[in-house]
Write a protein that binds this ligand. Structure first.
Ligand SMILES: [Zn+2]
Length: 277
C-alpha cells in the first residue's frame, strides 16, 4: 500500500500579536503560499502594548484591538490557525506588568511547555520555530516563550520524531547598518520603539547565532507588507519604517534567517528550506 505523504506543517510559537508579522512574516507567507499549513501559537494578546486612543474607538480593550490586528495579519499571511495560550503580556523588563501573576513572565516554564506540547501532539509539525535565546531584543516574553518551546519540543519527542526546531537568527550586520543610518539621520538608536525602551546599540553587541537557513521571501513580500500594515496600532514609532526600511530592503533584499537547534548541524550547514533534512 502506498504511503500517504503527510501534509507539511509548521508550528510558529511566539509571544505577542505582531511578532509573527514584523519578525518572520515573510517566511510564514512564503510557506503558506507553497501549501504548508502554518499554525501560530501566540502566548499573549499584547495587553501591555501602548496604543493611541484613536485605535481604541472600535475596541473595548487593547487585547481586543490587538487580537483583531492579528486576525487581519493571519489572513494576509495565510496562517492556517492562530491559537492563544492565554497569558498576559509581561511588558518590557522591569515594568509593573512583569509582576502581574497572569503574565507569561510569571508562569512556570513547565506549565507553558505543557500547553505547547498539547499542540505539537495535535498538529505533528515537521518544523517548529520560536524566538532566539535573547528574545530578539531582550523582551521578557520572547525569552520566556523561547525557553518553553525548547522544553516542549524535547518533552514531545515521541510525537515529533524527525522534526526540526529552529529559532530566528537576528542579522547583526544589518542591525549595525540600521544603527549607523539612524545616527546619520539624527535619530537616537538607544531609544527605539513605541515606548522608547529598545536600545539597538546594545543588541549589536549580542552574540550572533549561525544563519543555518535563509528564506528569501521576495515572491510574497506584498503579503508581508499587508500583514505589517494590519498592526497599525504598533507601527508608529518603529524605526521609521517607511524611509529607513525601504533603503534597507533595497540593499539587503528580503530574507529571514534561522538557526537550527534540533537536529544539531555540522559546521557550515546552510539551506534555503526549513524542511530540508
Ligand atoms: Zn513581541
Amino acid at each position: 500500500m502506498a504511503r500517504v505523504r503527510e501534509k507539511k506543517t509548521m508550528l510558529v510559537v511566539l509571544a505577542h500579536p505582531d511578532d509573527e508579522s514584523f519578525g518572520m512574516g515573510g517566511t510564514i507567507a512564503y510557506y503558506a503560499a507553497k501549501g504548508v499549513a502554518v499554525h501560530l501559537l501566540c502566548a499573549t494578546r499584547g495587553e501591555a502594548g501602548t496604543v493611541e486612543s484613536q485605535f481604541l474607538k472600535k475596541h473595548k480593550t487593547i487585547a481586543k484591538l490587538r487580537e483583531a490586528e492579528l486576525s487581519c495579519a493571519a489572513k494576509a499571511l495565510g496562517l492556517a490557525s492562530v491559537i492563544y495560550l492565554g497569558y498576559r503580556d509581561s511588558g518590557m523588563a522591569g515594568s509593573a506588568d512583569n509582576r502581574n501573576p497572569a503574565s507569561l513572565f510569571r508562569a512556570p516554564v513547565d506549565k507553558v511547555a505543557e500547553k505547547i506540547v498539547r499542540h505539537i501532539r495535535r498538529l505533528r509539525p515537521q518544523v517548529v520555530v520560536t524566538f532566539d535565546p535573547v528574545g530578539g531584543y531582550h523582551h521578557p516574553d520572547h525569552i520566556a516563550i523561547h525557553k518553553a518551546t525548547v522544553r516542549a519540543f524535547s518533552s514531545a519527542k515521541a510525537f515529533n520524531h524527525g522534526s526540526q526546531l529552529y529559532h530566528t537568527a537576528l542579522n547583526r550586520r544589518r542591525l549595525r547598518w540600521i544603527v549607523f543610518m539612524m545616527r546619520l539621520s539624527g535619530k537616537d538608536p538607544t531609544q527605539v520603539g513605541r515606548n522608547k525602551d529598545i536600545d539597538l546599540t546594545a543588541l549589536t553587541r549580542d552574540k550572533d547565532t549561525p544563519a543555518h537557513v535563509t528564506i528569501n521571501y521576495r515572491s510574497v513580500r506584498a503579503r508581508k507588507e499587508q500583514a505589517d500594515a494590519c498592526h497599525a496600532s504598533q507601527l508608529e514609532g518603529r524605526f521609521t519604517r517607511v524611509t529607513l526600511m525601504d533603503i534597507y530592503w533595497r540593499i539587503f533584499g528580503r530574507s529571514d534567517t534561522f538557526t537550527r537547534m534540533v537536529p544539531a548541524t555540522t559546521n557550515g550547514y546552510h539551506s534555503t528550506d526549513l524542511f530540508a533534512a
